[in-house]
Structures are given as structure tokens and as C-alpha cells.
Write a protein that binds this ligand. Sequence first.
Ligand code: C2E
Ligand code: CA
Ligand code: CA
Ligand code: CA
Length: 277
Amino acid sequence: AKEQGRNRYSIFSNDLSVLLHQQRNIASRLRVSLENNEFTLLYQPQVDLRSGNIISCEALLRWTPEITEHSVPPDIFIPIAERTDLIISIGSWVMEKACEQARAWRNIGIEICIHINVSGRELEQDGFFERLARCREKYALPPEAIGLELTENMLIKSDEQVLLGLQKQRAMGVEVSIDDFGTGYSSLSYLKRFPVSHLKIDRSFLENAPESDYDGALMEAIVHLGHKLNLKIVVEGIETQTQLTYCQRLGAECAQGYLFAKPLAASVIQKRLECQQ
Ligand code: C2E
Ligand code: CA
Ligand code: CA
Ligand code: CA
């Protein structure tokens, strides 16, 4: 019967009504999962390219519904959650969990910044910054303990209220990164308007950069521009030694990628951080 179900699924999986049905299923399942603790955060190290030390990490969400064995990739369920208000509850959970972890690490002397991914809907929601402040307060965290990753499209769409909120966070010392930089639709002239501290160059540029003159030129231009604007450069998706050497030569400050580590459970990255101290 299971085999038959799978066949039926593959035959109709392109059918729009089935897709909609799946989405509705996922949405209602996500709602249950929030109550049942079926989410976890993994942490991927961000490495200082000069010292080789882990200086921060990115919190990446994993969802393992009880009914499946494997976790569902965030690229599948985040867009669905974003179409409903679920992303607000999920985002709150991520923020709370990251703050709790930052506190646990600070209690044993590990003081790294945890960057969380924030969706457009969360940021637009009234009270996002108050919620962040309350969360930091609850866990007695300094502003630099939790960083925010936003995409350029979100920043372009954001109103004065949001930009002002971000400005205040920056003034306090909160790190704010533009995620997937270069893949959005922004003209570069927007950049100087955004209250951010870091540019994360999207993985797609690096993929071909050392070989392709074109992508290489783009990487170089982005690093140069970022530095002119006093921004730090984070390169995403470093998988090979060649790419690492390349990014070091470009003068990027920081990198993240499978060469250093995949996203890790808190206890695993903690061991690495303890060794580093
Ligand atoms: P992102 O923010 O661009 O995160 C980086 C993605 O690249 C992660 O995928 C990470 O596992 C992957 N990655 C890191 N290094 C490498 C590498 O060397 N090679 C390759 N091939 N991939 C690498 P992941 O964890 O599947 O997350 C996918 C996306 O889901 C994230 O992209 C982010 O947009 C979203 N996401 C994840 N967690 C959250 C969250 O808590 N909230 C929100 N709103 N979105 C999240
Ligand atoms: Ca990110
Ligand atoms: Ca990214
Ligand atoms: Ca991405």
C-alpha cells in the first residue's frame, strides 16, 4: 500500500490542487510542531579568515515532524510559513532559542555572536525590535550577542520605521548582515542607505569565482565596494581549499562553509569552541 501511495504521489505531484493540499498540510503540521517541540536549531561556524578562529555562528532551523524520519529542509517550509502568520511564531521561537543558547554559552565563557535569519514579515510586524530587546533582557545578553541576517529585497521594501529600528540596533552594537548579497534586485546605490554592518556574498558567486573571470570580477567588486562603505565581508559556501585561498586573497574578513563545518548541533560546536579558547 505504501508503494502504491508513492506512485500516486509522483503521478499527481505536479497537479496544482495536490500542491495546494500539501501546502495546507505542511502549514497545519507546522502549527502542531510548534507545540510539540519538533524544531531544532543547528549552528554553523563563521570563521575569521586571518586567525582561523570561529568568531560567530549562524543559527539554521531544522524541522523534523514526528511522522517523518528526516528533517524537512527550510527552503521547503519557510516559504510556506512566510505565506501565513506562522513565520511570526516560528521566528519568535528561533529568537528565544538562540538567546537561551547564547546565555548558556556565556555562562561557560563562550562569547560568540549568534546570527539569526529574520523574515520580511517578522521585521515588518510591529514590535519586532521590542521583542528582541525583551528577549536579550530576559537572558541578560549584551546587544552584540545576537546578530540579524536580512535580505536586500527586505531592506529595499522596508519603511522608515524599520530602517530607524535597525539604525538603533546598529548604534547599540548589534551586527546586521545583508544575506545572499548580489542575488536581489537592488541597485548598489541603495547600499549606503541601509543600516548594516556585514555583507554576506551569496554562494552562487563563489561557486565559479576562482575559474570564471566574470564571477571573479563581481566578487572583487563587491568586496571593494563593501570595504569602501565600511562593511565587513562574509563569504558563504566555502567548500574547497582553493576557494578559501581565493577569499583570503580578496581580503574578505570572514567565511562560512562546509570546508570548516556543516551546520552543527549546539553540543558539537560547543566542543570546538571550548578547544579554541
Ligand atoms: P541562508 O540563510 O542563505 O543559509 C545558508 C544555507 O547554506 C544553509 O542552508 C546552509 O546549510 C547552507 N550552506 C552553508 N555552507 C554551505 C556550503 O559550503 N555548501 C553548500 N552547498 N551549502 C552551504 P539551510 O540550512 O538548508 O537553510 C536554507 C535557508 O533557509 C537559509 O538560507 C535561510 O534563508 C532559511 N532559513 C534557515 N533557518 C531559518 C530561520 O531560522 N528563519 C528564517 N526566516 N529562515 C531560515
Ligand atoms: Ca542566512
Ligand atoms: Ca545566505
Ligand atoms: Ca540563501
